[in-house]
Design a protein around this ligand. Structure first.
Ligand SMILES: *Cc1c(COP(=O)(O)O)cnc(C)c1O
Length: 471
């Protein structure tokens, strides 16, 4: 493709993109494909001869688009948000155009220094402790892995990096029973083994019970284990429960454990002063992660990771082969040493566009709006005799089930709600997902799409009630 054709196609594509954002609410939220439907329509082997872009694009529309679940649909209430916004899209377009590999300062000084700037802005926006330093990672899963590896290396004087495990370390890691699955994955990858992960019981609001945490640490110490790290969650994935950070921090402090705080989803709400109760005790954190790519209008991937001791982070990951040596003559940030990837996209650009386009006022208004929508729905559910909330609603995720008062049997309620969810999703008008809380089948409705309005939430609630009646 030559540049003049690129120019023509790109203009058309931008029109398509704007139309998509305007019309996405008319599409079925969840793809109605069956497994194999898309693959069946794709050729088994790559084309020998060049193809026209118009043909490629026609196939995008006819083959690919029907297999897309529309995360930017205002009635996408499933899983967790991964919202984006026009300024973020524009930033992504420029990132793709520059196609810069931002592994070190020298490979794009502006990328390194803009990353330093926007992570410092985020720290101020969330009112994080001054002594934290930020870096952008691809995902929260990776950031938490960095935290575990840094905790491990700091504890052992960087000796596991040197010699590997000798089999006698017996580290133990603590999280709650409601912690995200990425923690267990990271524990496995970091070489601790799944058996070293202690899942601490939660209270009836699904938050970690700090007394149980301390008892588990003391018990492990007596039994010859080496307690290393606690992962506390601000906003669990199941129900956005908030672990009591201050109490957990005090325990970590008493027993010299690393405290990592996972706020991947709910962390964005900390830009609201009224939500800062969730981060009370953050001064104890050794590391903290939240995802602007979930709830801050910024396209995936953009996960903000903050550490108290950047030197320890860099010492954990830094390797300097001859071909990466540079000669700046003064200290610069080579972000390849701040995490696992060597190659890095220019991720700070879209975030910079978003923060400047909305301003803090604009971002606060969006997030506050989502929380209000969720709170309003929660009160409607609470006052409806046929429905019940199954967890508190601290931010914008509502966990509930259909529960007509005449039905007492838990397994019948599970079946009923599973059928309800299935029927609602089959309409293609909304997309909701589920979890289990205290063993009960729970419908989750996450309200945080960029374009969602009270009308969308109202329509979803009407559909849920109507469908429940029809069961
Ligand atoms: C979504 C989520 C994760 C995983 O985030 P990724 O960026 O996809 O790795 C981890 N923890 C919590 C609490 C989450 O909500």
């Amino acid at each position: 493709m030559d540049i003049s054709e690129f120019r023509r196609q790109a203009h058309e594509l931008v029109d398509w993109m704007a139309n998509y954002l305007e019309n996405v609410r008319e599409m079925p939220v969840k793809s109605e494909c069956e497994p194999g439907d898309i693959l069946e329509k794709l050729p088994d082997s790559p084309p020998e001869k060049p193809e026209e872009f118009s043909q490629i694009f026609a196939d995008f529309e006819s083959i690919i688009l029907p297999g897309i679940t529309h995360w930017q649909h205002p009635s996408f209430f499933a899983y967790f948000p991964a919202n984006s916004s026009p300024p973020s899209l524009l930033g992504e377009m420029l990132t793709s155009t520059l196609a810069a590999q931002c592994m070190s300062w020298q490979t794009s000084p502006a990328a390194a220094e803009l990353e330093e700037c926007v992570t410092s802005w985020l720290k101020q926006m969330l009112d994080l402790p001054e002594l934290l330093t930020g870096v952008i990672q691809d995902t929260a899963s990776t950031a938490t892995l960095c935290a575990l590896l840094t905790a491990r290396e700091t504890r052992t004087g960087f000796q596991i990096n040197e010699k590997g495990f000798d089999g006698k370390e017996s580290f133990t890691i603590y999280c709650s029973a409601e912690t995200h699955s990425s923690i267990e994955k990271d524990v496995r990858i970091a070489g601790f083994g799944k058996n070293s992960l202690r899942k601490i019981a939660v209270d009836n609001e699904y938050a970690m019970i700090p007394e149980n945490l301390e008892r588990a640490i003391e018990h492990d110490k007596k039994s010859g284990f080496n307690p290393l790290c606690v992962v506390a969650t601000i906003g669990t994935t199941g129900s956005t429960a908030v672990d009591p950070l201050r109490k957990i921090g005090e325990i970590c402090d008493r027993h010299s454990l690393w405290l990592h705080v996972d706020a991947a989803f709910s962390g964005s709400a900390l830009i609201l002063p009224e939500m800062r109760w969730m981060s009370d005790g953050m001064e104890y954190a050794d590391s903290f992660v939240f995802n602007p790519h979930k709830w801050m209008l910024t396209n995936f991937d953009c996960s903000a990771y903050f550490v108290r001791d950047p030197k320890a982070l860099v010492q954990t990951f830094e390797i300097l082969p001859e071909y990466l040596k540079t000669s700046e003559g003064q200290p610069v940030k080579n972000y390849r040493d701040w995490g696992i990837q060597l190659g890095r996209r220019f991720r700070a650009l879209k975030l910079w566009f978003v923060i400047r386009s909305y301003g803090l006022e604009g971002l606060r208004a969006v997030i506050r709006g989502h929380i209000e929508l969720a709170q309003n729905l929660a009160s409607k559910i609470e006052s409806d005799d046929n429905f019940e909330l199954l967890a508190p609603v601290p931010v914008s995720l509502v966990c509930f089930r259909y529960h007509p008062s005449k039905i007492k049997d838990e397994s019948i309620l599970d079946e009923l709600n599973e059928a309800l969810l299935d029927r609602i999703n089959k309409t293609g008008k909304v997309f909701l997902t589920h979890t289990r809380l205290s063993g009960r089948f729970t419908i989750r409705m996450s309200i945080a799409q960029t374009q969602v309005t009270s009308k969308d939430v109202g329509a979803a609630w009407a559909l849920i009630k109507k469908t429940a009646k029809s069961l």
